[in-house]
Design a protein around this ligand. Structure first.
Ligand SMILES: Cc1cc2nc3c(=O)[nH]c(=O)nc-3n(C[C@H](O)[C@H](O)[C@H](O)COP(=O)(O)OP(=O)(O)OC[C@H]3O[C@@H](n4cnc5c(N)ncnc54)[C@H](O)[C@@H]3O)c2cc1C
Length: 461
């Protein structure tokens, strides 16, 4: 990279030499993320420790025309932080302050590098609730959550990150601060820029401050584990629960492949002969919880459940949930390569999608373990394979293609929560239209004429 030495000097002048990395051994850690994609080592990684430093770093990249990617924890599953060739990685880990938690107006202001679970715990210690809970929350950052519009287990009742984002202050390519949104419950001043920045996958601006809505926590909850001999009965139960106007805070499904893998990973007494499990939790006022738990039990029975187990106390509930928390690590442990997909369909099409996944696994002779947020129609078909086996890998790629074609044909979407990044860019036009792609490229070009802000993502498949 021609201007490497000069840009390193500029960065060192801004953040100090200790916060600029140029050695291969350090840079390798920023060459990949959680997607199964080829890595790309950046030329430099820089770690601003103040908002002002972040602005200056952005300005220098722009002046030099050097492409860069902003990186939180690097846990995204779509290649969103794989750096551009000869590019810079800007790390937000040191921008990790919770600046304000306002208990009267129910909002919080955070820097982008705050860890999601730490924030949720701090909010909870004040008797309030921040619901978005991605499975990666122990390490993921709020900046990454906003850029990917992350969801989680509570999405069905409480929504996803965008539902809590009240405002963002972000830097444009000149390092000038753009402010958007407000600390008020209502705000219709100008364009909905927080809406635009949420899901922007680091391609439109660099977040400096995030304002989140907080809510009161539910007073009671009841978790249940329902076991099925037929996965279609499980998915019919999901539809029946919603049809009966019950909105559980969590409604998760695990298929037989996942159950067996989880049980092999950590023996938890799961029924390995079951076709599917539903993990269901209702929450709210204690009387409502009691009423809804009884209704859910009745619905499960009507839809042919084998057994249903009610959590007796917090420890029992935690044990039930451990199975779901183990799903990904267990599958990832199973074979050398694990691809966690994210196919989402309208809830009414859940059974059809579950059926299609079984068919696709058979047709392409690949192993697909399916679990996910059944209540949202958001399934995570997880393919375990070995990328080094070229023949198998071809079948896996064809199988993934078939999964997304099926999801779209059922009126679904390419991603319920993991984003587009590099990995799904090639299908964008199938979900949208050529005009949509051109419009979005035009927007990006107007805001980033040199094309240096996380280039090659989303609309360049
Ligand atoms: C085990 C596991 C479980 C997961 N479970 C879930 C889940 O349940 N739900 C879910 O939605 N996702 C899940 N994910 C995906 C991932 O954790 C989320 O997308 C998360 O939001 C990424 O946060 P991050 O800090 O790692 O962001 P990164 O991966 O570092 O970055 C993601 C995107 O955000 C951009 N970005 C980061 N900071 C900024 C900033 N300050 N300004 C502008 N752009 C920025 C990056 O450029 C990139 O495009 C999971 C991932 C793993 C590995």
């Amino acid at each position: 990279m021609a201007n490497n030495a000069k840009i390193v000097k500029d960065f060192e002048a801004i953040v100090g030499a200790g916060n600029v990395m140029t050695q291969e051994v350090d840079l390798h850690a920023y060459s990949y993320d959680a997607a199964v994609l080829p890595s790309q080592t950046p030329s430099v990684a820089v770690r601003p420790t103040t908002e002002e430093q972040l602005a200056q770093v952005v300005r220098v990249c722009n002046e030099k025309g050097t492409p860069f990617a902003v990186r939180g924890a690097g846990t995204n599953l779509s290649g969103g932080t794989i750096p551009p060739k000869d590019g810079v990685v800007v790390l937000t880990g040191a921008l990790n302050e919770i600046l304000e938690i306002n208990e009267e107006d129910l909002y919080a202001v955070c820097q982008p590098g705050v860890i999601t679970a730490k924030f949720a715990a701090e909010v909870a210690s004040r008797g309030l609730f921040y619901p978005p809970d991605p499975g990666s929350q122990a390490v993921s950052t709020l900046g990454g959550n906003v850029a990917e519009n992350a969801g989680g287990l509570r999405g069905l009742k409480y929504g996803v990150t965008k539902d809590y984002l009240m405002g963002i202050d972000f830097f444009d390519l000149n390092g000038e601060m753009v402010t958007s949104g407000s600390r008020t419950v209502k705000c219709v001043t100008g364009y909905n820029l927080p809406g635009l920045m949420c899901s922007s996958e680091g391609t439109l601006g660099v977040f400096a401050k995030l304002i989140f809505k907080l809510v009161p926590p539910p007073r009671a909850s009841q978790a249940m584990l329902a076991v099925y001999d037929d996965i279609l009965n499980a998915s019919r139960t999901v539809s029946a629960i919603i049809r009966n106007k019950i909105m559980p805070c969590t409604l998760e499904i695990m298929d037989n492949v996942t159950i067996r893998t989880v049980e092999g990973f950590r023996s938890a007494g799961l029924p390995t002969d079951a076709a599917a499990l539903l993990l269901i939790e209702v929450d709210g006022h204690p009387a409502q919880v009691q009423d809804e738990a009884a209704m859910v039990q009745k619905i499960c029975k009507e839809e042919g459940v084998r057994t249903i187990e009610m959590a007796r106390d917090a420890a029992h509930k935690d044990r039930l949930w451990q199975a779901r928390r183990d799903a990904l690590p267990a599958l990832a442990n199973f074979r050398p390569t694990c691809i966690l997909e994210d196919a989402t369909v309208p809830r009414s099409q859940m059974s059809a999608m579950v059926d299609a996944l079984r068919r696709i696994a058979k047709e392409y002779n690949i192993s697909i373990g399916t679990f996910g947020h059944a209540g949202d129609g958001n399934l995570h078909p997880t393919i375990t394979t070995d990328k080094r086996d070229k023949e198998e890998w071809k079948r896996v790629e064809a199988g993934i293609d078939a999964i997304f074609k099926e999801a779209l044909s059922l009126g679904g979407t390419l991603s319920g929560e993991h984003g587009i990044g590099i990995s799904k860019a090639k299908w964008m036009v199938d979900e949208t239209s050529p005009a949509t792609i051109e419009w979005c490229r035009g927007l990006k070009a107007a805001l980033d004429p040199k094309g240096i802000l996380n280039p090659g993502k989303m609309f360049w498949g």
